[in-house]
Write a protein that binds this ligand. Structure first.
Ligand code: ADP
Length: 362
C-alpha cells in the first residue's frame, strides 16, 4: 500500500496570547490536507521581520497585537507581502471588523471561540487557493496593462509622423482648386487629431494606473482651486462662473487622482456648456455614508438613456460630436472613485444641466 505524503505548508502564527497560540497550534498539527510547519510570534514588527527572512505559505494573524492596531497591522502585512494568504483570528465576532478585514485584503477569518481542526484546515486550504487565483488574475491584469501601454506608446511616434506629413501636405497642395481633396485632407487631419488625443489619454490612464496611491488627507478646496487654475490656461473661461464658495471637506486618498476626478468633471461642464453663461457649483454634504460632493452645471444636460452609458470606456453621446473628446474621461473618473471605495453617478435633464455626485466613504 502506498502512502500519500501530504504537501508541506509553512504557517506563521501571529498571536500574543499564549493559551490561544497553544490551541491553534494543536489544531494545526491535525491538518488533514497539509503537513504543517509553523513559527509563532506575538508582535507585528517581529513577524514582519520573519516574513522577510523566511518563506511562508499562510499567515494566521490576530489583529489586536501589543505593538499595532487592527487596521495598521493588516495594511502593513498586505502592503509588504501582497501575495501571501492571510487568515484573520478574532475572539469576538465583530461583523464590521471582519468586513473591513476582508476589504483590507484578508482571505478569511477564524473565530477563536469556534475552532476545530477541520475548520482550521479548510480555511487554510481555501485561503491558499483563493489567493493563488487572485495572484494569477493580478499578474494577467498587469500583463494586459503593460501590453496596452506598449501598444499606445508604439503608435505615438508613427502617428506624429503622419500628422506632420498631413500638415505639410496641407500647406503644399493647393486645396482651393479641389473640393474632394480638401474634404479628404480635413478627414485625415481630424482623424489623426482624434487618434493623438486617444493615445495621449490612454497613456495618461496607464500612468495613473501605475501610480502607487498612498492615501493622504486631501483638502478638496485647494485641489479644486488648482484644477480650475490649470483648466483656465487651456480652455476658454469667458462667461464662466465657478462657484466654490461653500466649504469643502478633507477626504482620504491620492491627491493626484482626486484632482483628476474634479478636473474631468469641471472640464466636461465647460466643454458641454449651452449658450448661456455657464455656472458650475461645487458643493459638499455630509451623510451617513460619507462625504457627498456635487458638481452641478447649467449646460446641455444628458438624456436619461445615456446617463449610465457615459461612464463606459469610449462612450460618447452622438449629439455632442461638435465637441472634441474620446469618451475616456468619465470611465477613468469612475475607476478612480471606485478605487477610493466611493461611487459616482449623474442626475441630469436634457437642456437644463447636470449634477455629478461623488461619494467618498469616510
Ligand atoms: P469625452 O468628453 O472625451 O467625450 P467623457 O467620458 O468625459 O468623454 O464623457 C462622455 C460623454 O458624456 C461626453 O461625450 C458627453 O456627451 C457626456 N457628458 C459628460 N459630462 C457632461 C456634462 N457635464 N454635460 C453634458 N454632457 C456631458
Amino acid at each position: 500500500m502506498s502512502i500519500v505524503r501530504k504537501p508541506t505548508c509553512r504557517i506563521l502564527l501571529v498571536e500574543d496570547q499564549v493559551e490561544h497560540q497553544d490551541l491553534i497550534l494543536r489544531h494545526l498539527r491535525n491538518n488533514a490536507y497539509y503537513s504543517v510547519e509553523s513559527r509563532t510570534s506575538a508582535f507585528a514588527s517581529e513577524s514582519l521581520a520573519l516574513l522577510q527572512q523566511e518563506e511562508f505559505d499562510v499567515l494566521l494573524l490576530d489583529l489586536s497585537l501589543p505593538d499595532s492596531g487592527p487596521e495598521d497591522t493588516l495594511r502593513e502585512f498586505t502592503e509588504k507581502f501582497p501575495h501571501l494568504p492571510i487568515i484573520v483570528l478574532t475572539s469576538l465576532i465583530d461583523p464590521k471588523l471582519i468586513e473591513n478585514a476582508i476589504d483590507w485584503g484578508a482571505q478569511d477569518f477564524l473565530d477563536k471561540g469556534q475552532l476545530n481542526s477541520e475548520i482550521v484546515a479548510r480555511s487554510i486550504r481555501y485561503s491558499i487557493q483563493r489567493k493563488q487565483t487572485l495572484n494569477h488574475l493580478a499578474q494577467q491584469n498587469e500583463a494586459l496593462r503593460t501590453f496596452s501601454h506598449t501598444v499606445a506608446h508604439e503608435i505615438k511616434s508613427p502617428l506624429q509622423s503622419v500628422t506632420i506629413a498631413l500638415h505639410l501636405l496641407n500647406e503644399i497642395v493647393d486645396l482651393d482648386k479641389d473640393e474632394k481633396l480638401r474634404k479628404l485632407m480635413r478627414l485625415g487631419i481630424e482623424s489623426t487629431e482624434y487618434l493623438t488625443s486617444l493615445v495621449g489619454e490612454l497613456l495618461e490612464f496607464a500612468k495613473y494606473e501605475h501610480e502607487a496611491s498612498k492615501d493622504v488627507p486631501v483638502e478638496l478646496s485647494s485641489v479644486i482651486q488648482e484644477v480650475v487654475r490649470d483648466l483656465q490656461s487651456s480652455h476658454d473661461f469667458d462667461d464662466v462662473v465657478i462657484d466654490t464658495s461653500e466649504a469643502l471637506p478633507v477626504v482620504l486618498g491620492s491627491r493626484m487622482q482626486i484632482a483628476r476626478v474634479f478636473s474631468n468633471l469641471i472640464e466636461n461642464a465647460v466643454k458641454y456648456r449651452s449658450k448661456e453663461t455657464l455656472v458650475v457649483r461645487v458643493r459638499a454634504k455630509s451623510s451617513q455614508d460619507g462625504w457627498l460632493i456635487s458638481v452641478e452645471d447649467n449646460g446641455r444636460g444628458i438624456a436619461e438613456k445615456y446617463q449610465k452609458k457615459i461612464f463606459q470606456l469610449l462612450y460618447r453621446v452622438k449629439s455632442n460630436d461638435d465637441v472634441g473628446g474620446t469618451g475616456i474621461g468619465l470611465s477613468f473618473t469612475r475607476q478612480i472613485v471606485e478605487r477610493h471605495g466611493g461611487k459616482i453617478w449623474v442626475e441630469s435633464k436634457l437642456g437644463e444641466g447636470s449634477t455629478f455626485y461623488v461619494l467618498f466613504h469616510q
